[in-house]
Design a protein around this ligand. Structure first.
Ligand code: DGL
Length: 267
């Protein structure tokens, strides 16, 4: 038993898609979440900068005695996970591996597509890790950077979003993938339009469920599950009012009364 909180971080509020599922699957667990809204997006930045920012977020959570760390951001999980593991005395879980395992289980024709930020796609982490498990699977990945602001602006049903999605996904459609990994925290918020463009035969796989399942497994194996009433704390580094506004559209009242703005000590 361990009643310390789970630490979750993301470049912004997109990681709440993963957090929501963790709350659902592990309702007795306390959570401290931090989103670096002052410096989002990470997806267009260099590996060096992403790694430094990610270490700062890690230190923030470690100081609050978290019992494990969930890197809810696909970009950080793709480019900086090993560096975070090096400085963390507690278990670290990214979102890539469990998502890949689900995608591999899902594909029948062994053709998987991956969409994500520029940082995630350029890192080739998804491609490499899929091929480590099964080199015969064809992987096609493309960046869809504008999906992030579109989700944040609440434009998921806008006509422009459909056109953009058609443009971004055209290449993947031609490759006849049967499984598409939504390799970015924000993309599940656009899943309806992505599904409509890709067609019903393509299965969409995102990180929320498989990550929450892996987390449960880790907590069980390491005997870290909690048996106390949960507490939730949410932190952002800028613009809490906007965060509340955007988050309430997607996540209901989960943040109400629990959101604070902080300044991160820089490395
Ligand atoms: N959280 C990021 C991800 O999942 C998306 C937003 C960003 O670019 O920082 O890749």
């Amino acid at each position: 038993m361990n009643n310390n909180p789970i630490g979750i971080f993301d470049s912004g509020i997109g990681g709440l898609t993963v957090t929501k599922e963790i709350v659902k699957q592990l309702p007795d667990e306390s959570i401290i979440y931090i989103g670096d809204t002052a410096r989002v997006p990470y997806g267009t930045r260099s590996k060096e900068i992403i790694t430094r920012f990610a270490k700062e977020l890690t230190n923030f959570l470690l100081k609050r005695n978290v019992k494990c760390l969930v890197v809810a951001c696909n970009t950080v999980s793709s480019v900086a996970l090993e560096e975070i593991k090096k400085i963390s005395p507690v278990p670290v879980l990214g979102v890539v591996e469990s998502t890949i395992q689900l995608a591999i289980k899902t594909t029948k024709n062994r053709k998987i597509g991956v969409i994500g930020t520029v940082g995630t796609i350029n890192s080739k982490t998804y491609d490499k890790k899929i091929h480590e498990i099964n080199p015969k699977i064809e992987v096609d990945s493309i960046p869809c950077p504008l999906f992030v602001p579109i989700a944040e602006e609440g434009l998921e049903t806008h006509q422009a979003t459909k056109l953009l999605a058609e443009g971004y996904l055209k290449g993947l459609k031609k490759r006849q993938i049967d499984t598409l990994i939504l390799g970015c925290t924000h993309y599940p918020l656009l899943s309806k339009i992505i599904q409509a463009v890709m067609g019903r035969k393509v299965s969409l796989v995102d990180s929320a469920k498989p990550t929450a399942q892996s987390l449960r497994k880790i907590l069980e194996e390491k005997r870290l599950l909690s048996n106390k009433k949960p507490r939730y704390e949410f932190y952002v580094t800028d613009a809490p009012e906007r965060v509340l506004q955007v988050a309430s559209r997607f996540f209901g009242k989960i943040l109400n009364g629990k959101l604070q703005q902080i300044t991160l000590p820089t490395l």
